[in-house]
Design a protein around this ligand. Structure first.
Ligand code: AMP
Ligand code: MN
Ligand code: MN
Ligand code: MN
Length: 291
C-alpha cells in the first residue's frame, strides 16, 4: 500500500511577529492537526525558530527554518518567504536587523498619523502589546480595538491601516531582487507568498512572476490560506509558465478567521513541489519494539 503523502505547511506566524501562539504552541498545534513538515515564517524575524526547533524535535515534526520578508515590487508591497535558511548566517542576521530598523521607523510614522487622526499613544501601546515581536500593523489594529476606537481588527484595517489608508506607510521596504539575494545569502529558497492576494491584473501578476523568476526565486505559493476554488490550478499554470515550483501554506496567525494549520496542503495534480529535492522522510516506526 502507498504511504500517505506528507502534510506540508510552509507558511505560518507566531508571537514573534503577528501570530497569537508562541513558537512551541504553534508546533504542538501543527502536530495535532497532522502537519509533518512545518515552516515557521514570521514577518522579518527568525526569533522564534530556536524555540520551535526544540518543540519540533520533542514531538517528531520536521521544522524548516523560514521567514516572510516584506519588500517592494515597484510601488507595491510584496511578501517573499525564505525557506531552509541557515540561521547562523551573519549576512542574514544583518539584513534582519535592517528590517527591524525599518519597522521601528515605520511604527513612529504610523503612530504620528494615528495621533493626528485623534488616537494618541499608539507607539507606547503597540510596544506593550508586542514585547519581543516584530511590530506590524496588526498590533496597531489591536491597539485601536483595545482603546475602543474600532470594533474589530478588520474594521481597523478598513478605516485606518489597510491599503490607501493613513496607516499604510509605503516605500520603506527593500526591492524584491534585494530580498531574494538576502535569502540566497542565507542559504535558503525564495518563495513568492500568496501571489493571488495582491489584487493584480493578470498582466501584472505575470510580470511579477517573470521578475521573481529572473531574480532567482524558485517557487510561488499556489495554495495560501483560504482561497476560492480553481485558484490553485490557475497558480500552477502561472508557476509552470515561468519555470517556478509550487509551495503551500496556511498563513496561520490564529484560529478563525485564519486558515487552520495544515489545511492548505493539497497541491493540485501536475504541481512540481518546492520540496521535491528536500529528501524528507516520514519518521520510521520500529515495529518490533513497538515504538
Ligand atoms: P505589516 O507586516 O505591518 O505590513 O502588516 C501586515 C499584516 O497585517 C499581514 O501579514 C496580516 O497579518 C495583517 N493584515 C493585513 N490586512 C489585514 C486585514 N484587512 N485585516 C486583518 N489583518 C490584516
Ligand atoms: Mn501577518
Ligand atoms: Mn504575507
Ligand atoms: Mn504570512
Amino acid at each position: 500500500m502507498d504511504e500517505p503523502a506528507l502534510i506540508y505547511d510552509l507558511h505560518c506566524h507566531s508571537t514573534c511577529s503577528d501570530g497569537i501562539l508562541s513558537p512551541s504552541e504553534l508546533v504542538s498545534r501543527a502536530k495535532s492537526k497532522g502537519v509533518d513538515v512545518l515552516a515557521l515564517t514570521d514577518h522579518d524575524s527568525i526569533a522564534g525558530l530556536a524555540e520551535a526547533r526544540v518543540a519540533a524535535q520533542a514531538c517528531g515534526l520536521d521544522l524548516i527554518n523560514g521567514i516572510e520578508f516584506s519588500c517592494q515590487w515597484g510601488s507595491r508591497g510584496v511578501h517573499v518567504v525564505g525557506l531552509g535558511l541557515n540561521v547562523d548566517s551573519p549576512e542574514l542576521l544583518a539584513v534582519i536587523e535592517g528590517q527591524a530598523q525599518r519597522r521601528a521607523e515605520r511604527n513612529e510614522v504610523i503612530a504620528k498619523k494615528l495621533a493626528k487622526a485623534g488616537f494618541p499613544g499608539a507607539l507606547e501601546g503597540v510596544k506593550k502589546l508586542a514585547t519581543e515581536a516584530a511590530i506590524g500593523r496588526p498590533h496597531f489594529a489591536q491597539f485601536l480595538v483595545d482603546q475602543g476606537h474600532v470594533k474589530s481588527s478588520n474594521q481597523a484595517f478598513k478605516k485606518y491601516l489597510g491599503a490607501g489608508k493613513i496607516g499604510d506607510v509605503k516605500n520603506i521596504w527593500p526591492d524584491l531582487d534585494e530580498v531574494i539575494d538576502w535569502i540566497h545569502a542565507g542559504g535558503g529558497q525564495a518563495v513568492l507568498a500568496h501571489p493571488n492576494k495582491y489584487k493584480l491584473t493578470r498582466t501584472k501578476l505575470r510580470a511579477l512572476c517573470a521578475d521573481f523568476a529572473e531574480y532567482g526565486g524558485v517557487a510561488i505559493e499556489v495554495v495560501s490560506g483560504k482561497q476560492a476554488p480553481g485558484v490553485a490550478e490557475d497558480m500552477v499554470r502561472i508557476a509552470s509558465e515561468f519555470g517556478l515550483l509550487a509551495s503551500c501554506g496556511s498563513d496561520f496567525h490564529q484560529p478563525d478567521p485564519w486558515q487552520e494549520l495544515g489545511s492548505s496542503s493539497r497541491l493540485p495534480p501536475g504541481s512540481d513541489p518546492v520540496w521535491k529535492d528536500w529528501n524528507i522522510q516520514r519518521p520510521t516506526v520500529n515495529v518490533e519494539l513497538g515504538v
